[in-house]
Design a protein around this ligand. Sequence first.
Ligand SMILES: [Zn+2]
Length: 243
Amino acid sequence: MLTITAPDFCRGIKTERYENKRKTIKTEQAEQTGKSNDRSGGNYRYLFRGVGFNRDGVMKTRVCTKCGEEKPETAEYFYRAKTYRGGLNTMCKVCWIKYARKWRAENPEKQRESVRRWQAKNPEKNMEAARRWRAENPEKEMERKRRWKAENPEKQRESVRRWYAENPEKAREAEKRWRAENPEKVKEAALRRRNTLAPNYLKQLISNKYDISHSEIGDELIEAKRRELKYYRQFKQLKQLKK
Ligand SMILES: [Zn+2]
């Protein structure tokens, strides 16, 4: 049997709330008896009635239904549970953590469903928690993003497209930076456009030659240029073979 008396126990947890409650009790007692009561120690037994101490100022205890250990009946040792006696769980915290972990492992579907329900009910808390997790696990976050991109290439492309459309200024900046950092890839891409007679390559040629902007160049013009270049290249190849 644990016998911690209120005054001893209280020394560590004199919070503002308890102090205010103590003052109220003192005032009430002074009104009833007609004299002030300075000895604070004696008042804690009333103060803590119902919050972990019985009438005599002896700490209330509770036997855990799982491990059978006797522990102080406080929120420090038992999780709060509104529907239980005294507003505390019947299992101690240690046992509850083990029990909850086991349940989650055995019911992954139900666990996910429960998490989803909580997230739907607490969108702001969820966002805050997610933000904190990302800040605390930058490497895992990067890995998670990488995996998501690999598994959802369509969505990834769509999201990039949307970002470009919504942030034209930043997009130009990012592109400039990327081009400066990857000269080899830029060269490769240019060569590829040239070899395949890609629309952008043809547009550039037309734009240079006739001094008109890209938006003014229609599909017909591009197609004409493509045909012209194709014949020109074939003609050049033939000439080379003759030599
Ligand atoms: Zn226990």
